[in-house]
Design a protein around this ligand. Structure first.
Ligand code: SF4
Ligand code: SF4
Length: 496
């Protein structure tokens, strides 16, 4: 198979050599005494609870389902007794959750109909296994099946992109995810997905620096003619659908909509391994591999955690003591700091980051050498020399300053707009046609402009505020982002 080497032409930034990157070690976390399982996890709406307090449930048993709305079933991830059903704040939304007290056993109930001979299963049987396992709720558009698991049907999928590029400062390790026999299981997962989305062409996007993995996958896929392998630079935000799809397919992305609305499904490599687990081993989505990133951990291991395990269960065992740490889930660039440690890990969790909370400001920080800092500009010595142990901290490094029109935000912006210009329009409340023409709605919220800003301006936040004002009709306009070509699954998307 030919390996396609592609560049990432517009903007982007490579986060290199940060201290606290997850190492290739996996720990099976003990099952906590109590778990809280949100009834909305991943793609789709909240499901209706079908168990009652006092009821005994098995790990893998469905505890919430709604076949009439776009969603996927939710399972108990442990064996035990339902203690209560309560409303919790989960990822900035109020959702119902089921609290289950463990009986201490580890076994799980396999899905009915799974088979090692998956090829002999009908497409409908495979789709049922995917839906009943909950795997269909993974990633940004879900996986289409005969059930209401995505906004389009499997026949409408034209392209499937599977990615494992690792573009954030802290990433789950592909060597861990695809260890030993997991590589061939991953390839089987791809073949299962091809059976479901048979009209689709498949693309595999891998970090070009991981040449060993590229070679191994190439060898395993030698007889497959429906997949293309792409080697891409680990530049942030290449793993966001809005950037990945134009880069690989050369297709325009409809900002504000789902990839599924243009017939594309983008899936992470972990999702594909869980497709294998569901169909071949009958394993429901009750567990995730989560990497511990950042310098706040005693060891930067990967952990297998049951869904519903609280962040506190993890920090009490692995967080360093005597210091205060900021915790962030999944993405350091796009997610906010966690305000509560009671938040449960769900089926979308992949990286838990801990950064030392540094309360003091470094005055005139830009004058300092900063050998271990990361800087886009030449203000820090680190930009001129090779540094292999950069540290992420929460210090704002200097005073806030006015925009100096350095243009760095423009250099890194992956969607080719002028962030500092749009930000100035928003700050002056000039929210009119002009700012729309400048592409305010093309901003995908990657936050890279804020990261590189020499003056510490939160450019992305200001742009987001401008978008919100415009969409909330605070400027006397109707809604703004109109699709510029026919989108599929639009009615379903609007009902989400
Ligand atoms: S947040 Fe928006 S404006 Fe800033 S770099 Fe990303 S896409 Fe561009
Ligand atoms: S990076 Fe900051 S200072 Fe430089 S042009 Fe953009 S907003 Fe202005």
């Amino acid at each position: 198979m030919k390996v396609n080497y592609k560049k990432f032409s517009t903007g982007g930034y490579e986060f290199k050599d940060f201290k606290g990157n997850p190492i290739n070690k996996v720990i099976d976390m003990e099952i906590p005494q109590t778990l809280t399982i949100p009834l909305k996890q991943g793609f789709g709406g909240e499901v209706s609870v079908i168990v009652k307090p006092g009821e005994y449930v098995k790990a893998g048993q469905i505890i919430g389902i709604d076949k009439n709305a776009i969603s996927s079933p939710v399972h108990s991830s442990i064996n035990g007794i339902v203690e209560e059903i309560k409303t919790i704040k989960h990822l900035n939304k109020e959702v119902n959750a089921v609290v289950i007290k463990s009986d201490g056993t580890k076994e799980w109930q396999p899905l009915e109909g799974h088979s090692r001979e998956w090829n002999k299963l009908s497409t409908e049987q495979i789709q049922k296994l995917l839906y009943m396992s909950g795997v269909t709720s993974l990633d940004k558009s879900g996986i289409p099946t005969i059930f209401k698991s995505s906004v389009i049907s499997p026949e409408q999928v034209e392209n499937v992109i599977v990615y494992g590029i690792g573009t954030e400062p802290f990433n789950i390790s592909l060597s861990v995810l695809l260890q030993d026999e997991r590589k061939s299981q991953f390839v089987t997962g791809l073949k299962i997905l091809k059976k479901v989305m048979s009209n689709a062409k498949f693309y595999l996007a891998v970090n070009k620096k991981n040449s060993k993995l590229i070679q191994e996958l190439n060898n395993l896929l030698f007889d497959v003619d429906w997949i293309e392998l792409y080697a891409l630079p680990p530049k942030y935000p290449l793993e966001l659908d809005e950037v990945l799809i134009p880069t690989i397919l050369g297709k325009k992305y409809p900002y504000g909509y789902l990839a599924a609305n243009i017939g594309v499904i983008a899936l992470s490599m972990q999702t594909v391994t869980q497709v294998y687990d569901a169909v071949v081993q009958g394993k429901p989505l009750i567990e995730r591999t989560v990497a511990l990133g950042g310098t706040g951990w005693k060891e930067n291991v990967h952990m297998k955690v049951r869904v519903g395990t609280s962040i506190e269960d993890i920090t009490s065992l692995y967080l360093k003591e005597h210091e205060s740490y900021r915790l962030i889930l999944n993405s350091m660039l796009t997610n906010k700091s966690l305000t509560s440690k009671s938040l449960p890990m769900d089926r979308t969790s992949s990286v838990l980051i801990a950064l030392k909370e540094n309360k003091e400001r470094e005055v005139f920080s830009w004058l300092r050498a900063g050998k271990n800092k990361d800087s886009y500009s030449n203000a820090f010595l680190c930009s001129l020399m090779k540094v292999s142990n950069k540290s992420c901290d929460t210090n704002i490094h200097g005073e806030y300053r006015s925009c100096i029109s350095c243009g760095f935000c423009e250099d890194v912006c992956p969607v080719d707009i002028i962030p500092h210009l749009i930000q100035k329009y928003v700050k002056k409340n000039m929210l009119d046609e002009e700012v729309i023409d400048y592409g305010i709605f093309n901003c995908i919220g990657c936050n890279l402009c804020s990261y590189v800003c020499t003056s510490k301006i939160d450019v992305a936040k200001d742009i987001r505020e401008g978008q919100e004002k415009l969409t909330k009709d605070e400027c006397g306009r109707d809604t703004i982002v109109e699709p510029y070509f026919d989108l599929i699954g639009l009615k379903e998307f609007k009902n989400l």
